[in-house]
Design a binder for this molecule. Structure first.
Ligand code: IPD
Ligand code: CA
Ligand code: CA
Length: 256
């Protein structure tokens, strides 16, 4: 199954990378305030779903651009974000990814996050470790908040969350060494798994943004929970991912 997911992600990624050079001619539709979709998102999603259905017609599929999930009662559910970082893609900022995960009875089984620009494929299997282009991944060993590099996402189209976000950011920026806003939740999580970031948190995400990255972080020895430190609920969409030294400190800092 992981092989099917990796192949689907890489094929969609190749198409995304080719379209990136012609993005000025693409049709862009506004889904809501500051939330956009391009033909490329839709094309990538169709390619991935076609591939998954060909192998696993009974599985459920929950994907960002589809109207309604298919086979919602199936034990195996796929979560697909065909292009995570659409705003970056549209602006020509080369940082976006394809994100695919499969969950069985609510438990993560496999994950792929593929960055087509850097040709980096992050993958994980439950109990089998996390890998980047087949090299084993490990979260960072940083123990001190003041040395930590963290990422988060700005809830630009969830304005009601802005005040809480700003308070949390203020505390984090004072407590930690540096901040990055990459613009792709899937890559933020993959970077925590790879030890490139020490921590990442964001509120109000969608299940397809975090499903794959969640398993990558866990399999790389990190902790991925909701922002309160409780088990991750994909539908709630809050996430705090960090190495095990920093995770409890951040749970306290974000709550304060
Ligand atoms: C977005 C990205 C971004 C996050 C947004 C997501 P999209 O996904 O993951 O980093 O801050 O909340 O919606 O729309 O580019 O797939
Ligand atoms: Ca997304
Ligand atoms: Ca997307």
């Amino acid at each position: 199954m992981l092989y099917v997911a990796v192949r689907a992600a890489r094929r969609a990624g190749d198409m995304i990378a080719r379209s990136y050079d012609e993005r000025d001619t693409l049709k862009i539709t506004r889904k809501s305030d500051r939330d956009y979709v391009t033909e490329v998102d839709q094309r990538a999603e169709s390619m991935i779903i076609r591939e998954i259905r060909r192998h696993y017609p009974d599985h459920g599929v929950i994907a960002e651009e589809m109207d309604a999930p298919t086979n919602p009662d199936a034990p195996m559910q796929w979560y697909i974000d065909p292009l995570d970082g659409t705003t970056n893609f549209i602006h020509g900022y080369p940082h976006f990814a394809v994100s695919i995960a499969a969950f069985k009875h609510g438990k993560p089984m496999l994950a792929v996050v593929h960055d087509p620009i850097r040709d980096e494929t992050f993958e994980a299997r439950n109990g089998g470790g996390a890998f980047l282009n087949r090299r084993r991944l490990r979260v960072s060993d940083e123990k001190r908040l003041e040395h930590a590099l963290f990422a988060s996402g700005i809830p630009a189209y969830r304005r009601e969350q802005m005040e809480v976000f700003q308070q949390r950011m203020d505390r984090c920026m004072r407590a930690m060494d540096g901040y990055r806003r990459g613009g792709s939740a899937a890559l933020d999580l993959a970077y925590v798994a790879a030890g490139r970031l020490d921590a990442y948190w964001e509120a109000g995400l969608q299940p397809w943004d975090i499903a794959a990255g969640y398993l990558l972080v866990q399999e790389a020895g990190g902790l991925a929970t909701d922002i309160d430190g409780a088990g991750l609920d994909l539908d709630r969409g809050d996430v705090l991912a960090a190495n095990p030294h920093l995770h409890p400190k951040l749970t306290r800092l974000l709550k304060a």
